[in-house]
Design a protein around this ligand. Structure first.
Ligand code: PAF
Length: 321
């Protein structure tokens, strides 16, 4: 009898526990109004709605929880719930993801989104899942361009000797060495001050980030090199998700899809309006760029991935229509 009473009591607590509200923190590197902020909010709103308020959420924007590498580590130890991050540091945890960071690989946004939404994207989300991180969905940062304080960059020769901040990503660092710059890997939260103090001359990021970070305050020139597509991922802590029912887990998947869709819509908007903002804020925007010599010099970086995994994935990505 005592056992039955205890069992019922436990069931009651669990039932109450299942109803208890849980607040999910979504970390990211940019402002709440950025493309990541819009995506993080869509995640929170969708999760709250689908769960009937059982789950609520809040953003931890602007690198409050650290750089992207720190946040991914936080997911692994369960100190952070959900993160929207570029793939910048992700290859250090899941080397197969370096395939997405190769320069001049994706033709345009349609190509990149078709790859990430198709079987390749799904395979890579599963690979992420083998490394104590849950990959919920592919989101987007955008095609990256070079900004600097010294001179217009039109050719690789213009990069010669420029101290350029890159993400902590071996593919990108090798590509920029090949193109003639001096790559300086650095976590994003340190970047604005480093540009302001002249520790580095330039950096590279999509228009979405250049506008969200007001880099016109510390940079004069933007060269629309589009040298690499920068995917983002909505990632979650396995420690959080392991405790969920299938239904609850489904809400997280839906929330991540809604987040990616909202972020991509904002990227589309800023690709149109963002360059105008850069000009209005006094930046010189360089568009007459022949990408071929940059691509030829960046090619050496492919070996960071292909030495370990061969060229099959690269060919598969190229073949996606
Ligand atoms: O440059 C980076 O580190 C990334 O592009 C950023 C700005 C953190 C967005 O993911």
């Amino acid at each position: 009898m005592k056992h039955i009473v205890t069992g019922l009591f436990t069931a009651a607590i669990l039932a109450t526990g299942a109803q208890a509200q849980q607040n999910i923190v979504v970390g990211h590197a940019l402002s709440p109004s950025s493309h990541y902020g819009v995506g993080a909010q869509a995640f929170i709103d969708t999760l709250t709605e689908l769960s009937g308020g059982t789950f609520t959420g809040e953003q931890a924007p602007a690198g409050q929880l650290g750089g992207e590498r720190d946040m991914i580590e936080g997911l692994q130890i369960g100190s952070i719930d959900v993160v929207v991050t570029s793939t910048g540091p992700l290859g250090n945890f899941v080397p197969e993801v370096f395939a997405l960071d190769l320069p001049f690989l994706f033709r345009d946004y349609d190509h990149a989104r078709a790859v990430l939404d198709g079987e390749i994207g799904q395979e890579l989300l599963e690979k992420i899942g083998e490394n104590n991180i849950v990959g919920l969905a592919w989101s987007e940062n955008g095609f990256r361009h070079i900004t600097n304080s010294q001179r217009p960059v039109r050719t690789p020769a213009d990069l010669e000797g420029l101290k350029l901040r890159t993400m902590e990503n071996r593919v990108h660092m090798t590509a920029f060495s090949g193109m003639g710059a001096s790559p300086t890997p650095m976590a994003f939260p340190e970047l604005f001050t480093a540009l302001q103090q002249g520790v580095v001359d330039g950096q590279e990021n999509p228009v979405t980030v250049i506008t969200a970070s007001k880099f016109w305050e510390v940079q004069k020139y933007v060269s629309l090199t589009g040298h690499v597509y920068s995917p983002a991922a909505v990632l979650a802590s396995p420690i959080l998700l392991d405790g969920l029912t299938d239904e609850q887990r489904g809400w997280f998947d839906e929330a991540a899809k809604a987040s990616a869709a909202a972020t991509r819509a904002e990227v589309n908007r800023l690709e149109e309006a963002g360059v105008e903002m850069l000009l209005e804020n006094g930046m010189e925007v360089i568009t007459d760029i022949d990408k071929a010599p940059f691509a030829a010099l960046a090619e050496a970086s492919y070996s960071v991935y292909t030495d370990e995994y061969g060229t099959e994935m690269v060919e598969r990505i190229k073949a996606v229509e």
